[in-house]
Design a protein around this ligand. Structure first.
Ligand code: NAD
Length: 247
């Protein structure tokens, strides 16, 4: 068990990549603090996490873009388990549109939910992690944050920002034995990509070296590595999980 009795806080844990990460951590014996905007999603993750072997599971409802709600999640986690060993910032959205017509609201929503959220959670967890003199922060970025994408200026900026935030967090907190790394997934099969038209998905597959979309589990496997002692000397990095799409 690579994460036995480690306390892991996972945002966006209700479905998709966040749920897969929570379940992979559960299999490795982690105590889970699961957070999502939708509590009805979390009850499913909780049931599956218990089956997978998580010793304890705490559910928290919060909008990751709201500082007071984020602080409350971290407070409840600390009141319950007295430490936070691993923070995984997963919650995210898309609001795609061409630059020339993108509304200011769509820009702000994506930047707040995808990027400000990671700042808020990292800030709130930094103090307990500094006291513990250990911690691992994992930010779920995207290949779009590295390569950019037409119609996704807001999303690309949020994910590129997340990679920069990860490097700054790593530089600032390394002396306290806190590591920060990002994962940049390519196209992963979740509700987020379900909304893409099937012909576009087929075209996408052609461009992917391994000729398939990724599974949430493909991302979760890397998250387990980055959360565990197996990556004790890895910090400030972005690991691309895209089946060879962008090389
Ligand atoms: P998803 O839509 O299936 O899941 C996102 C989760 O985040 C949901 O449970 C949702 O309720 C939660 N969420 C959304 N807004 C929230 C808010 N304001 N506060 C709290 N929770 C909120 O998406 P997914 O595909 O699993 O994506 C998860 C992360 O991975 C996102 O950050 C996404 O940008 C990133 N990502 C996904 C892909 C992909 O191909 N699916 C690729 C690269 C990166």
């Amino acid at each position: 068990m690579m994460l036995k009795d480690k306390v892991a806080l996972v945002t966006g844990a209700g479905r998709g990549i966040g749920q897969a990460i929570a379940l992979a951590f559960a299999k490795e014996g982690a105590i889970l603090v699961l957070s999502d905007l939708k509590t009805e999603f979390l009850t499913e993750t909780e049931a599956l996490a218990k089956q997978a072997g998580s010793p304890k599971c705490l559910l928290t409802q919060a909008n990751v873009a709201n500082g007071d709600e984020v602080d409350q999640v971290v407070k409840i986690a600390l009141d319950t388990f007295e430490r936070i060993d691993i923070l995984v910032n997963v919650a995210g959205i898309t609001k795609d549109g061409l630059l020339a017509t993108m509304s200011e609201q769509d820009w702000d929503d994506v930047l707040s939910i995808n990027l400000k959220s990671a700042f808020l959670f990292t800030k709130a967890c930094a103090r307990p992690m500094m006291k513990q003199r250990s911690g691992a922060v994992i930010n779920i970025a995207s290949i779009i944050g590295i390569a950019g994408n037409a119609g996704q200026a807001n999303y690309a900026a949020s994910k590129g920002g997340m990679i920069a935030l990860t490097k700054s967090t790593a530089k600032e907190l390394a002396k306290r034995n806190i590591r920060a790394n990002a994962i940049a997934p390519g196209f992963i099969k979740t509700k987020m990509t379900d909304k893409l038209p099937p012909d576009l998905v087929e075209k996408m597959k052609e461009q992917i070296g391994l000729k398939r979309l990724g599974e949430p589990q493909d991302v979760a496997n890397v998250a387990v590595f980055l959360a565990s002692e197996a990556s004790a000397y890895v910090t400030g990095q972005t690991i691309v999980v895209d089946g060879g799409l962008v090389l």
